[in-house]
Design a protein around this ligand. Structure first.
Ligand code: CA
Ligand code: CA
Length: 579
């Protein structure tokens, strides 16, 4: 009797398994191989190295003119603000985050909505630079994204039901979250936003399946890290690069998230400005602000750091993504187009400076880099010390780039075919001056005033192919408005990027010749992706103008105030199916 029951149960179990085909869950291997597998996009950066390169060539320089929209999906509601999200695609489902901490699951082929989740946001959130979100991470059967009130939410990919939710930090103290989390060795790695409010930057690693905190590594020198609930050593040496107590509210926000190279085992996080902006209040290098910080994922300790702007006085957040790549002789290097206008090439294992060069036409705050990559400051281009004048306002300077940077949040791409980085760059400057300021929880902590201005009437943005060996700009496509969207490059010899004027564009990766464009109806400030499904290659990008430029852009914001907001997903394929 018992035996019959058991076999009946087993039979039933087998039947139900056969009835619902097993859905592959996202594994560490899937994530490590993401760049090479074309049927899915399971990480921010199309691979955690962040190259944004696809080996797909079905859409190529010869047939890209046949690229047409397949579907469009509106994020709906009245919440049409900046859409900076990179979608991820798995099992034929697309997961894309929207402004105001929303996430949508869509049928990747048809755009049909499967579910949507709207995070309940409290009053009093303090996002500095629009209510954006840059994307979700996938792991197991979960889709994980961060919210503007500094929480991390993991949802079931099939149902949209919350599986776990963790508080990253206190939104009332100025913390928020806008980056796409990344996954490394089963850990979900996140940074924090809030550098304009005197928060303390850090990188957290959590068990991706449960949300349980594994380690935490502060990115302001002097703060204690933790691992498995125990002290795990101080970051650097207390007061070595910070005077007095300023390190306790030292900023250095890791607001753009990070990249991870499985070969080095290191996660690379960029860090923002030291707080406050008034650099005269904090003599010293103010580590680890405006740096790339390489953290051993296994230990939660900093292995190396490289600082682009020591004692920053211009809000040159060094958050920009560190994209690793392999040279022909097998060396692992990383490239970074810093907000301060310099492009850095570093050894990805040791952090050793290889070379650096400007990727913008004009830089005023430094005359160049020394043999270690440290900037040669122009003392006259640092905003003056208010304490040396009337005590209320220091002397104003005109500095280039502006604090919105030679490059900002929009991620670049790297092609192993051409060996070039494709950098969305901007040419602009700013009037900037310093004022006295003291820290107050939850209040802006700047001690500076500013106005962003154009430096060339004909263009601000320029998509540039940058050769990391020669330091040359090989080609560029200029753009009237500042570029604010990311880049995708493919084996098909193409580079895709969006413009605030609403176009998704494609150019020949070798020459920069524009070969295709499509008007999406609102500004594109997000990175495009590509994947293939049932034999066809798809391209996708979110559209919706917003982000920091309309809020902080000064004269440039006025110049582009004709641009309309939006919120939608666009997907394209060849209408002749590649024939
Ligand atoms: Ca993939
Ligand atoms: Ca900043």
């Amino acid at each position: 009797m018992k035996r019959i029951l058991i076999s009946a149960l087993l039979g039933g179990a087998m039947l139900s398994l056969a009835g619902t085909p097993a859905v592959a869950k996202v594994t560490d291997k899937d994530i490590e191989n993401d760049a090479a597998t074309t049927g899915d996009v399971v990480s921010w950066g199309l691979g955690t190295r962040g190259q944004r390169y696809s080996p797909l060539a079905k859409i190529n320089t010869k047939n890209v003119g046949d690229l047409v929209p397949v579907w469009s999906f509106s994020f709906g509601g009245e919440k049409q603000r900046g859409q900076e999200s990179q979608p991820v695609v798995h099992n034929g489902k697309m997961f894309v985050t929207g402004s105001y901490s929303r996430i949508f699951a869509l049928d990747a082929k048809t755009g049909k909505k499967l579910w949507q989740y709207e995070h309940r946001l409290p009053e009093g959130i303090m996002p500095c630079c629009d209510v954006v979100n840059r994307g979700a991470a996938l792991y197991d059967n979960l889709v994980i994204f961060g919210t503007l009130d500094a929480q991390l939410v993991a949802l079931d990919q099939d149902t949209g039901k919350v599986v776990w939710k963790e508080k990253l930090d206190d939104y009332a103290a100025g913390y928020s979250y806008t980056a796409a989390p990344i996954i490394a060795k089963g850990l979900v790695l996140t940074g924090v936003s809030g550098g304009e409010f005197g928060i303390v930057g850090r990188v957290d690693a959590r068990d991706a399946k449960t949300g349980k905190l594994v380690w935490s590594r502060p990115t302001v020198e002097g703060h204690m890290g933790t691992k498995d609930g125990k002290d795990n050593g101080i970051s650097g040496t207390t007061n070595a690069s910070w005077p007095g107590d300023l390190w306790k509210t030292g900023g250095s926000a890791t607001w753009l998230g990070g990249t991870y190279d499985p070969e080095t085992g290191l996660a690379y996080f960029g860090t923002g400005n030291p707080a406050p902006w008034n650099s005269h209040l904090r003599p010293g290098d103010n580590l680890f602000s405006c740096s790339t910080v390489a953290i051993d994922v296994a230990t939660g300790k900093i292995v190396w750091h490289f600082q682009g702007t020591p004692n920053d006085g211009w809000d040159f957040d060094g958050v920009n993504e560190f994209v690793t790549y392999k040279t022909k002789d097998g060396k692992v290097l990383g490239g970074k187009a810093d907000r301060n206008g310099f492009f850095y090439v570093l050894d990805a294992k040791s952090g050793k400076f290889q070379r650096g060069f400007p990727f913008v036409r004009k830089i005023t705050w430094a005359s160049g880099l020394d043999e270690n990559g440290r900037p040669k400051f122009d003392a006259g281009n640092r905003p003056g010390d208010p304490a040396k004048g009337d005590g209320k306002k220091g002397s104003s300077v005109f500095a280039v780039p502006s604090f919105l940077g030679g490059k900002n949040q929009m991620p670049m791409a790297y092609s192993p075919d051409t060996g070039y980085f494709y950098v969305p760059a901007n040419e602009w400057g700013m009037e900037i001056w310093n004022e006295p300021v003291s820290y107050k929880k939850g209040a802006a902590y700047l001690g500076a005033g500013f106005t962003i201005k154009t430096i060339d009437d004909s263009y601000i943005g320029a998509l540039r192919a940058v050769d990391p060996v020669s330091g040359k700009i090989v080609w560029e496509v200029k753009n009237n408005a500042p570029l604010w969207g990311g880049v995708l490059t493919t084996k098909g010899g193409l580079v895709f990027w969006g413009t605030p004027e609403g176009y998704l564009k494609a150019a020949d990766a070798k020459t920069g010749k524009e070969v295709w464009q499509f008007q999406t109806g609102s500004g594109v400030v997000a990175p495009p992706i590509t994947w293939d499904q049932d034999g066809e290659q798809y391209i996708a990008v979110a559209s919706g103008w917003g982000g920091a430029v309309p809020l902080w852009g000064g004269d440039v914001a006025k110049k582009v105030n004709y641009l309309n907001q939006g919120g939608s997903m666009w997907v394209f394929k060849l209408h002749k199916n590649g024939k």
